[in-house]
Design a protein around this ligand. Structure first.
Ligand code: NAD
Ligand code: UFG
Length: 337
């Protein structure tokens, strides 16, 4: 059988690059579309180095309809994994139109180009942020959605558009993956999370403190109703997230319709527990200060993972210590190369 070709949008980014490794290792042919607005082409060179495989790269923007049509006209694409998006919550509050344009209009552009090319299988990067404020943990896929910032709204809207599309035409296969908190890096240390500027997210902040690039971690809130007072999240290894995409893709090749799945571990970890696990994994101490809460943060949430276990045959494998060890290896090696 001919290997299937998958278009990966945002394939040079943090999660996309790890998914590319898993797809190539599983024998898929790839095309990657990225405008490198939040990533470096070097990450794709490293994907090739890790897998010893090659693929086509399109330096193109989701907002450019012609570029998308040209891409689908130039090569046969069997399915799309759609990572490309803007993802900084704070920035989305300041620049909502930029977020709606890339995350919503960009997704519509992609879907229109797919429709024209008769390509009707897509795995979409959604987020646990779609569950909003008032749902008890563990989060279930059929909870009501309720975004609380423009970034979250773009994900709720894109999910809605994809559901309406599946309802309009039974040819579509659509998988919505709601990630919890991806951290860690590829065990090679070559690819990982490399945000530009001061990191917003906790793990790149911790690794920057561990290597001395930043003086100390500020823990946002020590007075939550949690076991140690700090915020609780469902941290999941990025390689497990990447493998979840492989399972979702296989599901999309076998099923039509639209289905949402949580990708998490089902376990909650507090900020202090994460800091202590990182200290153990790296042998470095992480100076920290407990400061006031960050606006918009929830106290605690984690995933119910039964639906993904049952229907995708997928389960997260990596421990918190592994996530920390791999994040630290990337900080020491890949971050600087
Ligand atoms: P990332 O920023 O590392 O990767 C996104 C990639 O998309 C980047 O390579 C960027 O250059 C590219 N891109 C952005 N705008 C583009 C455009 N207009 N045209 C073409 N390419 C464009 O982010 P990530 O952490 O890898 O996230 C991937 C997806 O997962 C995103 O959709 C994000 O919203 C979602 N997500 C991420 C997290 C997380 O914690 N990292 C959690 C939940 C959901
Ligand atoms: N935190 C700190 N100090 C920091 C950064 C974070 O104490 O410097 C705390 C936060 O208060 C929170 C935890 O660490 O308790 C995790 O924070 P992150 O910023 O790493 O992640 P969030 O849970 O806020 O959000 C992430 C992504 C969102 C996505 C969401 C999905 O950033 O885009 O997961 O669950 F929507």
């Amino acid at each position: 059988m001919m290997p299937k070709t998958v278009l990966v949008t945002g394939g040079a980014g943090y999660i996309g690059s790890h998914a590319c490794v898993e797809l190539l290792n599983a024998g898929y042919e790839l095309s990657v579309l990225d405008n490198f607005s939040n990533s470096e082409p070097e990450m794709l060179t490293r994907v090739k180095q890790i897998t010893n495989r090659s693929f086509k790269t399109f330096n193109a923007d989701l907002r450019d309809e012609k570029a998308l049509n040209d891409l689908f006209a130039a090569s046969r694409i069997d399915a799309v994994i759609h990572f490309a998006a803007l993802k900084a919550v704070g920035e989305s509050v300041l620049h909502p139109l930029k977020y709606y344009e890339t995350n919503v209009t960009g997704t519509i552009n992609l879907l229109k180009a797919m429709q024209k090319a008769d390509c009707c299988k897509i795995v979409f990067s959604s987020s646990a942020t779609v569950y909003g404020l008032n749902n008890p943990s563990p989060y279930l896929e059929d909870y009501p959605l309720n975004a609380v910032n423009p970034y979250g709204s773009t994900k709720v809207m894109a999910e809605r558009i994809l559901l309406d599309l599946a309802a309009s035409d039974p040819m579509w296969s659509i998988v919505l993956l709601r990630y919890f908190n991806p951290i860690g890096a590829h065990p090679s240390g070559l690819i990982g999370e490399k945000p530009s500027g001061i990191p917003n997210n906790i793990m790149p902040y911790i690794t920057a403190v561990a290597s001395g690039r930043l003086p100390e971690l500020k823990i946002f809130g020590g007075d939550y109703q949690t076991a140690d007072g700090t915020g609780v999240r469902d941290y999941i290894h990025v390689v497990d997230i990447a493998k979840g995409h492989l399972a979702a893709l296989e599901y999309a090749f076998l099923h039509t319709g639209a289905e949402a799945f949580n990708l998490g571990t089902g376990k909650g970890t507090s900020v202090l527990e994460l800091v202590h696990a990182f200290e153990k994994a790296s042998g470095r101490s992480i100076p920290y200060k407990i400061t006031s809460r960050r606006q918009g943060d929830l106290a605690a949430y984690y995933a119910d993972t039964n639906k993904a276990n049952l229907h995708l045959g997928w389960q997260a494998q990596h421990s918190l210590i592994n996530m920390c060890k791999d994040a630290w290896r990337f900080e020491q090696l890949g971050h600087w190369l």
